[in-house]
Design a protein around this ligand. Structure first.
Ligand code: MG
Length: 227
C-alpha cells in the first residue's frame, strides 16, 4: 500500500450531502414540464451535465433534441428549485478526511459537473483554506463532462504542472456516482467509491470502482492504513 500524492474529489455526494436536493429539483422540474422522471433517475444520471439530461428527456418524448431556449429554461428552473432548498451540509466525516490529507501535504482537487456559482462559493465557506481555484475542474472547464474521461484528464494535466513527475498511479479519484466512477476509471485512475446514496454498491463496482466504501469513516481508516 502506498499513500497517493494527488486526490481528485467529486463534489456532490462526496463533499456535500446535496444529492437529495438535486434529486428533488430534477423531479419537480421535469414533472412541471410533463416529463416522466424519478428520484432514482437523478441518482443514476448524477455527474452528467444538466443540458444532456434535459436533451435526453426531449429525445425520449419528442424524438428530437431540446432547443437552446428549452434546455436553458428547464435548467434555470431546476437551479432555482435546487437553491430554494437551502445549503447542503457537508458529508459526515469529510472534514476529517480533508484535514488528514492536508496534514500530509498531498494535492487536493475538485472535479465536478456542477457549474453553479452558489455551490462553488459554498465550498470556501464550508472548507476554508482547502480548495483553491487552481485545483478545480468544473462544468465550465470541460466540453463533454462525465461520464467522459475528460474532466479527470484535465485535472491530471493541471496537477502535473504543479507536481513534477506525477504518475497516474499516484492519483486517486473519490466518487459517489456510477457515471463519475466510469469517468475516473476511463481516465486511467484508481477509483475509491463512497456510496453515500440509495443505489446498490454493485452499480459502482460494475462501473470500475476499485473499492466501494459505506461512508467517509471507512475511507479514512483506509487512508490511515496507506500512509
Ligand atoms: Mg457525485
Amino acid at each position: 500500500m502506498h499513500m497517493h500524492r494527488c486526490f481528485f474529489f467529486d463534489m456532490d455526494g462526496v463533499l456535500f450531502d446535496s444529492m437529495p436536493f438535486h434529486a428533488k429539483a430534477w423531479v419537480d422540474t421535469m414533472h412541471a414540464y410533463g416529463f416522466p422522471f424519478t428520484s432514482e433517475d437523478a441518482y443514476r444520471f448524477e455527474g452528467r451535465t444538466g443540458k444532456s439530461v434535459i436533451d435526453d428527456a426531449y429525445m425520449s418524448r419528442y424524438g428530437r433534441h431540446a432547443t437552446e431556449d428549452e434546455w436553458q429554461t428547464l435548467y434555470a428552473k431546476k437551479t432555482q428549485c435546487f437553491r430554494s432548498q437551502g445549503e447542503a451540509k457537508a458529508i459526515p466525516g469529510i472534514h476529517d478526511i480533508l484535514a488528514f490529507l492536508r496534514s500530509r501535504g498531498v494535492l487536493i482537487f475538485i472535479v465536478t459537473g456542477s457549474g453553479q456559482q452558489s455551490l462553488l462559493n459554498h465550498l470556501n465557506h464550508e472548507f476554508p483554506g482547502i480548495f483553491t481555484s487552481d485545483c478545480m475542474i468544473t462544468a465550465r472547464d470541460v466540453e463533454r463532462g462525465k461520464p467522459d474521461p475528460e474532466p479527470y484528464l484535465k485535472a491530471y494535466a493541471k496537477a502535473c504542472t504543479m507536481v513534477g513527475d506525477l504518475t497516474k498511479e499516484q492519483c486517486v479519484v473519490i466518487e459517489n456516482a456510477p457515471l463519475g466512477v466510469r469517468s475516473g476509471h476511463a481516465a486511467g485512475f484508481e477509483v475509491y467509491a463512497v456510496n453515500t446514496g440509495p443505489l446498490p454498491d454493485d452499480v459502482l463496482s460494475c462501473e470500475g470502482a476499485n473499492h466501494v466504501y459505506r461512508n467517509m469513516y471507512q475511507l479514512l481508516d483506509i487512508l490511515h492504513a496507506e500512509s
